[in-house]
Design a protein around this ligand. Structure first.
Ligand SMILES: [Zn+2]
Length: 262
């Protein structure tokens, strides 16, 4: 079974772990789709959210973002993710897409933005992405899996090959208020190990989720700064399963070829 392999670069900690994650993929011989958030790293502003959470969740967050990056993100001028290590992704032949401009602000404010404002934010991300990679992004993933009807309206303008904005089941063209949108959605079907750990899942249970997957479509995602550093053993076990891990771009191409009239 083919499984889409998606890796989200949300923060400076993620960008710094890119050489490690590309090395892991190279050792197993896999290509993935990396979604890059190209603006400021405000991950530290998530700290208050963890204040009242159990200690286990707090320590998971510190592991994922790194204490130094969390504190930097709290400053009035948080550092930009910029192009730290981005060359590793392209050099190793992986696919790249845009994961927004300001990850934190998007999650906080998307519900209040109209399609024009959303379009401006996406364009801001496209400009920086183009400077980083020398070409425009051909796919988009909404930060935090946040979506609104206005967002889908804005997305139509860009004619991305596909978007990956939701946790769900199968590829589809979203239908809202009797309007069918023309950007193909490739949902994430298996959450990150970070999120599965938050739900208390063991290695055995996580592996079972992959082994028992029988649908024609699946996509798994993770973040370099957590899974590649702290869950290396289980990550390797997943990536070495007898599954055909491919990029989301390949899934989109195959899906459009197989269902041209949907
Ligand atoms: Zn993200």
């Amino acid at each position: 079974m083919a499984v889409g392999l998606r890796i989200d670069v949300d923060s400076i900690a993620d960008a710094r772990s890119l050489p490690l994650v590309t090395q892991i993929l190279e050792e197993i011989g896999l290509k993935a789709t990396f979604f890059i958030s190209v603006g400021p790293d405000k991950s530290g502003r998530n700290l208050p959210k963890y204040m009242w959470k159990p200690l286990k969740e707090k320590s998971l967050a510190v592991k994922r973002y790194g204490i130094r990056n969390l504190l930097l993100g709290l400053t009035p001028l948080p550092p930009r993710i910029e192009d730290i290590n981005m060359k590793f992704i392209i050099k190793k032949g992986h696919e790249v897409g845009l994961h927004g401009y300001d990850h934190y602000e998007w999650i906080k404010r998307l519900q209040y933005m109209d399609w024009k404002e959303i379009k401006l934010r996406i364009n801001k991300g496209i400009d920086i992405f183009r400077k980083m990679f020398g070409f425009s992004p051909r796919s988009f993933a909404s930060p935090g899996f946040y979506i609104t009807e206005e967002y889908f309206k804005a997305l139509e303008v860009f004619r991305f090959n596909y978007a990956s904005d939701v946790i769900g089941a199968n590829p589809h063209y979203p239908m809202l208020s009797d309007r069918k949108f023309r950007t193909l959605q490739l949902p994430v079907t298996i959450k990150s190990i970070f999120e599965l750990r938050q739900c208390g899942k063991s290695d055995k249970e996580i592996l079972r989720m992959f082994k028992e997957k029988k649908d024609n479509y699946a996509t798994f995602y993770f973040h370099p700064s957590y899974e590649a550093l702290f869950e290396r053993d289980i990550l390797n076990k997943i990536l070495e399963l007898d599954l055909d891990f491919i990029t989301l771009g390949e899934i989109a191409r195959d899906w459009i070829e197989d269902s041209p009239n949907i």
